[in-house]
Ligand binder design. Sequence first.
Ligand code: HEC
Ligand code: HEC
Ligand code: HEC
Ligand code: HEC
Length: 468
Amino acid sequence: MKADNRGNRPPAWRGWALMLAAAGATFLLGLLAASIVQRREEARQRLPLRPIGQWETDSAKWGENYPREYEAYKRMEDSTTRTKYGGALPRDYLAETPANVVLFAGYGFAKEYRQARGHVHAIEDVTKTKRVNDKTPATCWTCKSPDVPRLMDSMGIDKFYAANFDSLKPEITHPIGCLDCHEPNTMRLRVTRPALREAFARQGKDIDQATHQEMRTLVCAQCHVEYYFKGKGDYLTFPWDKGTTPEDMEQYYDAADFADWTHAISKTRMVKMQHPDYEIYRTGIHAFRNIACADCHMPYRTEGGVKYTDHHIQSPLLNVAGSCVACHRWSEEEIRQRVEDGQDKVRAGREMAERTIALAHFDVAAAMQAGATDEELAAVRKLLRGAQLRWDYVAANNGMGFHSPQECLRILASAIDLAGQCRVECARILARHGMTEQVEYPDFSTKEKAQSLIERFIDGRPPKLIEP
Ligand code: HEC
Ligand code: HEC
Ligand code: HEC
Ligand code: HEC
């Protein structure tokens, strides 16, 4: 029997070949599995294969270890994206809202005011803006570059702020990058900017006790906050000692007798609010639910079995699927619509405040033309300062109110209330000086008209606002 079957048996070499092939496949599979495990492990440990210097400010060098994060980071170069109220295109706010020119009369923001774009443009944009001149302090560099913590370490923090902007130009060449948020080699999130650390300390809080989830917000709060330059040394300071609402900040600035500039039309001592994104966010539903800036602006992505953080920081409306759908089971279209509906409402409230406050500046100027003294005008100027500070807290904040719609609308209501009180009081002052006719408000309906109008106030040849 055996002999009979012999002729049908496969030749011995085929058995060996099969066995070898199976062994080879197993070996390759093993290699693949090992590499996946290793990559997972690397992703988990996040340790770089090539060591990163303590002051490595060139993000491309970090990128050699972390190509996924670096490639996404580089995509922030795109300045063409657009959503209804956001995106990376450098929108001209003054052309969109000419009332802004009136509100910032006598200050740099009336010359140029554009929408922020991606982090990789930070150096280019700060050196090109018309708001910077030869007297600008180095403090303006603080939120633009990882060269800043490096220089603060070598120069000392005080000396850095007190230096001149131009004098540090050759030293500051890298836009916001890896070193700003990460500790080299451990890749832990960290706070590199002293102003945030100091603001926490003054409130009796130790920022080093922050949880990992809090750090996913605090790395952003190093820059996306309201701040001012304190004293002669232009020391960067967050005005949070009395709290972070506009009312708290107004008290803080009043107590310090602080002003950014004197308004060219109403001669009111004004405060410019800078993007209080973190402060507003904290009053919203997502902060209440412990959702961090990074959850929406740096969602996870998966590629080749590796989960990583999307370092293309941008408007989450450009990636609703990645940023929102993980938690919200509505369709992308519904989510976008819901966001825009809320933003439209904040925008409408903002426009009312803008117009009323602009008119209030002219009312105060009219009272001056009627002969009202600074003492007579002290109370109305205080109302006007408070109104504009509130409006600006909302207007300068990014996201058109999305981060906390209710709080934004409350603040705008309060701004309109104060501006209204100011205007009623101005009418009384005008009446006391024998002026009962309507003030003649000049035309500021376009950026060009508004800019040439404020030039006349700056040059001391204002239009006549009242008929004697
Ligand atoms: C729940 C998700 C969410 C969280 C959390 C969140 N944001 Fe936003 N953010 C948005 C949305 C939505 C917009 C509106 C984008 C638009 O209009 O295109 C936005 C807008 C912005 C913008 C303007 C972007 C643009 O293109 O106009 C900035 C800057 C910003 N957020 C910073 C922050 C910071 C800083 C934090 C944390 C303190 C934060 N965000 C927390 C969702 C979020
Ligand atoms: C504005 C702050 C910020 C900057 C700038 C930044 N990162 Fe991150 N990075 C984060 C946050 C937030 C996380 C999420 C960390 C977490 O939750 O553990 C993260 C996570 C990481 C991780 C861990 C793996 C992952 O993807 O989750 C790596 C690696 C990393 N970043 C590399 C880089 C590199 C390389 C650069 C520069 C090209 C960079 N980061 C710039 C904030 C930043
Ligand atoms: C070192 C300071 C700094 C840190 C840290 C920082 N930002 Fe920014 N951010 C800026 C500056 C400055 C700009 C404006 C850059 C420009 O227009 O040239 C900006 C712009 C943005 C924009 C607008 C981009 C667009 O496409 O609309 C968003 C969104 C944003 N940042 C979110 C964040 C988030 C979220 C974090 C934390 C994970 C963060 N930023 C951390 C300074 C910082
Ligand atoms: C990590 C989870 C998480 C992410 C990510 C997230 N949300 Fe939310 N969102 C919540 C929670 C929790 C609430 C509170 C309401 C609730 O409990 O259902 C909420 C509430 C909201 C509300 C209702 C607010 C109100 O008071 O009317 C809107 C609108 C919203 N989110 C939009 C967004 C958008 C847009 C994004 C993406 C940019 C986003 N969310 C990302 C968890 C999240």
